[in-house]
Design a protein around this ligand. Structure first.
Ligand code: F6R
Length: 614
């Protein structure tokens, strides 16, 4: 949440800042602002989108070879122009951008106010800006030392970048709990900073990921890194593996649609090189390294939030079916606060697309403290979660820019499938025949997804046109398709603002059935191998109450197709692999309904992609 960018170098900063903010807008779009250092500090900021900021800035002085920029997801203070970043110090000489929350800002603010500081905004960030200046003046130290001392006084999470009018050849940045990447530019003394690598990739592929409690100083064209305890560090420069195409719309109307259509490739990439279908072996280093731990496991706990939590539920079904280990799936936000029983014998699987979700990170730290082994399943390479877990597997789905998660979900489920099979193999719970069947079926999934996308796209559009004005919607599924129902409902509500609920199909009669009338669309996942007859009965129960049925069925199905108001066919597959296929039409349905309702599909209201606050 909140995106930050900064430039230091021989060229004008403005273009990078604006382009970078557009790329990071998925992290928040309540307000946007930039500061340019050009002898003076020139600041433009505004409530609303980056495009509005651009309109304000255009035609004005946009000079400045150092600059910082911010796109905000409001936490402290309403989303207006005054609360927009950058914030300035008491004298106005220091400008600062911040992603995170300074938890003890109220205490610091009170003390600073007693010393005569006046604050313009309601934000926690402005307090930090004033604190840095207060320390610099009082202690007579340089900007770097003032930032270091200030960070020792704050409690909370931050990625910050600071410019000072009095130090035109200096830019300071720091992180704790919120992400920060530095790109090493092609020209001498040129640096690009950002919350993630997407703004940087256009300019350089050489980056270093800053760790928690580290401060980066760029002074006179040289970069140095030290901790807030004053320990000097050597930055590890690595090459970025993402391409510029992967972060552009590529002819699609929205990132979400592009990402839905990328799934044949992203699913393939998430399994590529991880198993050998002929020799029935796995090539997942994390499985090899933890083989003895896996053999002796009593229990697995899966922690995640939102869509990743839904993938975790599919993971529970997979792991319990194949490896017969009990699995508990927990919302990270609940798990971290309820003093759960976690022991050294537990394996905790943390799932996160962004790798930055604050609750998931905190839950990991807590489980680690209790001695558990933590396995991460993340998409963003170099993000915080993979760097704090003991082992893990990247999903390799490529950058997901649309705020609603699509390809990340199917990649997570694919990796969880491999993990379930791998654990089963290590524990001797799966026969060679069954493994062979699963591997060969997995190999067909990318092609099946491709066929499905082609065959169901128009149908999803037609159904969307019929139900676009619905005010409620029910999603039902059993077994592996229950988490799919939850995910379908989440997708619809978050991008179209239609109220939707997912339920295990059999639970319908314990309450939700009361909602069913001729106005209520009920989306039922009724595939052949997943309790088909039982779901058929549930469909009859809905029909008897005049509900409208939109059924997801297996190709060639006749029974459901006959009684449903609408049906969408998906290719036949193993019951355990159905979630990957059944999710696709639900994503498309939500997408088209949202588009037809004129909703901002890629940036739904109130949401942000990387939830770095709890
Ligand atoms: C829904 C969605 C969110 C995220 C959740 C967790 O479409 O994107 O529910 O799944 O915020 O985010 P990650 O996976 O980054 O931890």
């Amino acid at each position: 949440m909140c995106g930050i960018v900064a430039y230091y170098g021989p060229n004008n900063a403005y273009e990078y800042l604006i382009k970078g903010l557009r790329r990071l807008e998925y992290r928040g779009y309540d307000s946007a602002g930039i500061a340019l250092l050009n002898g003076d500090l020139t600041i433009y900021k505004n409530q609303g989108k980056v495009s509005e900021l651009e309109a304000i800035a255009e035609g004005n002085n946009l000079e400045g070879k150092r600059g910082i920029g911010h796109t905000r997801w409001a936490t402290h203070g309403e989303p207006n122009t005054v609360n927009a970043h950058p914030h300035q110090s008491q004298s106005g000489n220091i400008a600062l951008i911040h992603n995170g929350i300074i938890e003890n800002y109220a205490t610091i603010k009170k003390v600073l106010m007693q010393r005569g500081h006046e604050f313009k905004s309601e934000t926690d960030t402005e307090v930090l800006t004033h604190l840095i200046e207060e320390i610099q003046v009082k202690e007579q130290v340089d900007l770097l030392e003032a930032v270091r001392l200030a960070l020792n006084e704050v409690v909370g999470a931050y990625a910050i970048v600071i410019l000072s009018k009095n130090d035109p050849n200096t830019l300071i940045a720091a992180r704790k709990g919120s992400p920060l990447v530095v790109g090493i530019g092609k020209e001498s003394g040129e640096f690009y900073l950002a919350s993630d690598a997407t703004p940087i990739i256009e300019y350089t592929n050489q980056v270093t990921y800053i760790d928690d409690n580290e401060i980066v100083a760029i002074q006179d064209g040289e970069m140095s890194v030290k901790t807030i305890d004053n320990v000097v560090k050597s930055p590890f420069i690595q090459e970025l593996q993402i391409s510029i195409d992967s972060i552009e719309k590529g002819g699609y109307d929205h990132f979400m649609l592009k990402e839905i259509f990328e799934q044949p490739k992203s699913i393939y990439d998430s399994m590529r090189g991880r198993f050998d279908a002929e020799n029935l072996t796995f090539s997942m280093r994390s499985l090899e390294e933890y083989a003895s731990k896996i053999k002796n496991l009593d229990r697995i706990i899966i922690i995640a939030c939102g869509t990743s939590w839904h993938a975790g539920l599919v993971g529970e079904y997979l792991i319990e079916e194949f490896s017969r280990i009990p699995v508990e799936v927990e919302y990270a936000s609940e798990f971290r606060y309820r003093n759960p029983i976690v022991t050294e014998d537990d394996l905790v699987i943390a799932i996160s697309q962004s790798g930055e979700t604050a609750d998931t990170l905190a839950a990991i730290e807590m489980a680690k403290d209790k001695g558990a082994t933590i396995y991460g399943i993340c998409n963003v390479v170099g993000s915080s979660i993979p760097r704090t877990t003991h082992a893990g597997a990247y999903t390799h789905a490529g950058p997901e820019i649309g705020v609603a998660s699509t390809k990340a979900f199917t990649a997570q489920v694919t990796v969880l499938t491999l993990l379930a099979l791998g654990i089963a193999e290590i524990r001797g719970k799966i026969t060679q025949d069954r493994l062979r069947t699963m591997f060969s079926e997995l190999n067909t999934i990318p092609q099946k997804v491709d066929n499905l996308l082609q065959s169901c796209n128009e149908k999803c559009k037609e159904i969307a046109a019929i139900y676009k004005n619905a005010s409620n919607c029910l999603y039902l599924g059993r077994g592996y398709n229950f988490p799919v129902a939850l995910e379908g409902a989440l997708k619809l509500k978050e991008i179209s603002y239609i109220h939707a609920e997912g339920y295990p199909a059999a639970e319908m009669k314990h309450g939700p059935i009361a909602l069913i009338d001729e106005e209520m669309p009920v989306i039922v996942i009724a595939t052949k191998r997943n309790y088909y007859e039982k779901v058929l009965s549930n469909i009859q129960e809905v029909k008897a109450r005049k509900g409208k049925i939109i059924a997801i069925v297996t190709e060639g199905d006749e029974k459901v197709a006959e009684i449903a108001d609408h049906y969408i066919e998906i290719p036949d597959t193993e019951d355990s692999l159905t979630p990957i296929l059944a999710t696709i039409p639900l994503q498309l349905l939500s997408y088209y309904i949202a588009v037809m309702r004129d909703c901002n599909v890629d940036q739904p209201r109130n949401l942000a992609k990387s939830v770095t606050v709890e």
